[in-house]
Design a protein around this ligand. Sequence first.
Ligand code: ATR
Length: 275
Amino acid sequence: MSDLYAVIGNPVAHSKSPLIHARFARQTGQDIHYEAILAPLDGFVETVVAFRQRGGKGANVTVPFKLEACALSSRLTERAKAAGAVNTLVFEADDILGDNTDGAGLVRDIVVNLGYALGGQRVLLMGAGGAARGVIRPVLEHEPAVLTIANRTRQKADDLQQLFASSGNVVSTAYGDLRGQEFDLVINATSASLHGDLPPQPKGIFAAASLAYDMMYGKGHTPFLQFAQQQGAARLADGIGMLVEQAAESFFLWRGTRPETEPVIEMLRSSLGSP
Ligand code: ATR
């Protein structure tokens, strides 16, 4: 019988994870079955317990359960502790190990797939919610010159700055104060693109040869990537690479083998009609 894995979320029907993990399994010859499970909003823990009873060996966790998954874990990896959220569960005999592969996925997409070294670069992170928090430590591990966090609600950016101040050169700011500053990498970790909105960043923030990265994706460029293109950002990237890389990192954790991500990124890009 195949080893059983799942993604648990609400909603979850749109999730690309079953498709991605099926491709990984075929490519690496691993015998797994991976399904999507819709958990009731007030029934995450019960859903996990039932899945484990059915023989589940591990799970990905998506919106809105990443904090509950963190609380449910009996052990956490360092990066899950730093992220304060869990997107990958490993069911062990006596423990539930909680990990977070989102930040590692983002950084791997930027550094390996896009070939963009982060060391010494000026990085702007827009947003201070769960998505932003998860990527701070993995980015700082690459020792950028500065990591500036901008958020609409300034206090949340300040809180993250304090939380990570001992891990690198982290600055928090309001969007308006970005005027006159330039960055080599601008990451949109806000949920603005989900609503077709643009974060209120000023013009002129993209340095020559800069990379604009939107953690969201869709058909065509997101509003942020359109803005970045108009503003002369040298390179544009959406979140498809991150999506596949975070999945590969989970797969590696579960199966001990690292799948090739490039063909899966290409397959998703063409099926989504993304640029
Ligand atoms: P996630 O888990 O995706 O990070 P979240 O924790 O709700 O979701 O955080 C959403 C982030 O997107 C926040 O930083 C939010 O800014 P506020 O803290 O000021 O609410 C940001 N955000 C959402 N819509 C935005 C918009 N139109 N412009 C700027 N920032 C936006």
